[in-house]
Design a protein around this ligand. Structure first.
Ligand code: GAP
Length: 431
């Protein structure tokens, strides 16, 4: 192992330990010994995750005229997955070691032998990733259903309903966020690859002759999003997927990869899905503009894994500085926007004033209150979870209405009037 790999492995362990210790991510079902590769978001993790989701929605739906959202059922009519090609094509090549019986994805291992025991591997067979279930009391083929393998299909199946109700003209997009399920052969690397995961994506409908223009447009927008959430852009790389490796629905795909501690792997994807999905779902041509012929719009699909977003946000924000660990999260994403401290715990007038300020600010933001230990320890505790501002209530607060605000990154302090605190924080988190 090279020293770089050791450092990287160390970073992953530190992130997993911080996540557990401070309540970002816990092992799922832990008191029953866990369930391999299942993770639960804790009190701080759910805030961070929601903040990423909300920022994404704000940027790609709320602030655009050409995008509307939906929130669809996780279990769809099985005919959807038949028409979309997922029941036939959504598969990974599986190999099994004849000696130790471990299973691997053939495209993820090097060499012809088992990576664990060097035993002989079986020939690869296609393993379908759709997670099957049964609806109702009978477990037979008539009650079989699937948990959605991608969230995209609802945006195609609902295309006509959205068109009729939202009255949009192409180019326009339908956005969605939610869970997807895949029976992954080799999940792992913390929340990087799991069998249930969160996605944010949109289907952007365009005229066929304009697909290249919009592909390029969304490529740049995706990069701008990655900057916005504070990713270490040196670690982001674009990877053009070879023709033979494209998903069954795609004519062109770029993967945005990230240098994770465990290697360079996919973060997001951008695909040109042509009119493949709409054609499969709609026998009748679904779109027409006045004076023009009916058409099947073509689709550009930017897709953003939410759990991977959270992981790369943490990896990019994590810093060790002399005697502190600090998560330099963008203020918009930080679980708490501020923490409020009374300078001294044993001065009831300071505690009461700090609680008043806390009660007032929490009407507008997620904020924390802490009166334990000394101020230095409270700062470090907030630094480690990425709280961008610490507000100390002291005797100047009682006399002059001023608090001391300490900036997480510069550690500089400034005086701010209590009456201005709400606007002060709002300005820092507005985008
Ligand atoms: N609708 C297109 C689609 O689903 P995908 O590349 O299969 O495309 C989209 O998945 C994104 O979902 C990926 O770029 C990645 O961020 C995330 N993702 C895929 N499989 C995942 C898994 N098993 N665990 C966590 N995230 C996953």
């Amino acid at each position: 192992m090279t020293s770089m790999q050791k450092e990287n492995n160390g970073l992953m362990e530190k992130i997993i330990s911080l996540c557990k210790r401070r309540g970002f991510v816990f092992p799922g079902s832990e008191i029953y010994g866990g369930l391999a590769n299942s993770w639960d978001y804790g009190p701080l993790g759910v805030e961070l995750k929601n903040n990423i989701k909300q920022l994404w929605w704000k940027r790609f739906v709320q602030q655009r005229d050409d995008m509307v959202g939906i929130d669809a059922a996780l279990i769809m009519n099985p005919k959807v997955w038949e028409a979309s090609g997922h029941l036939k094509e959504f598969a990974d090549p599986l190999v099994e070691c004849k000696k130790c019986k471990r299973r691997f994805r053939a495209d993820q291992i090097e060499g012809a032998n088992c990576p664990e025991c060097k035993g002989e591997l079986s020939p690869a067979k296609q393993f379908n990733l759709m997670l099957k279930t049964f609806l109702g009391p009978a477990e037979d083929s008539s009650s079989a259903a699937y948990l959605r393998g991608e969230i995209a299909q609802a945006m195609f199946v609902d295309f006509k309903n959205v068109l009729d109700t939202a009255r949009k003209k192409i180019p326009f997009g339908i956005a969605s966020q939610g869970k997807a399920f895949r029976n992954e052969i080799t999940p792992g690397n913390f929340i990087f690859r799991t069998r249930e995961f969160n996605l944010m994506e949109f289907e952007y409908f365009v005229k066929e002759q304009e697909w290249e223009k919009y592909f390029e447009y969304w490529r740049k927008e995706m990069l701008a999003w990655m900057e916005l959430i504070g990713l270490d852009m040196q670690k982001v790389h674009e990877h053009e997927i070879e023709k033979e490796e494209l998903a069954h629905y795609s004519r062109r795909t770029i993967d945005f990869e990230f240098d994770y501690p465990f290697g360079r792997k996919e973060l997001y994807g951008l695909a040109y899905r042509t009119d493949f999905d709409l054609k499969n779902h709609y026998k009748e041509v679904p779109y027409q503009e006045e004076g023009e012929e009916k058409i099947y719009p073509h689709v550009i699909e930017p897709t953003f894994g939410l759990d991977r977003s959270l992981l790369v946000v943490l990896l990019s924000a994590y810093h060790e500085e002399e005697d502190r660990v600090v998560l330099k999260l963008k203020p918009q994403l930080a679980p708490y926007k501020a923490a409020i401290f009374p300078l001294l715990k044993n001065k009831p007038e300071l505690v009461a004033k700090a609680k008043d300020i806390y009660a007032d600010l929490r009407k507008h933001f997620m904020v924390a209150f802490d009166d334990r230990g000394n101020i230095g320890k409270r700062y470090y505790s907030q630094d480690e979870i990425g709280t961008p501002y610490c507000i100390t209530v002291d005797f100047d607060t009682l006399e002059k209405g001023e608090v001391t605000v300490r900036d997480r990154d510069t550690m500089k302090q400034e005086k701010v009037m209590v009456a201005d605190l709400k606007n002060y924080l709002q300005e820092k988190i507005d985008v």
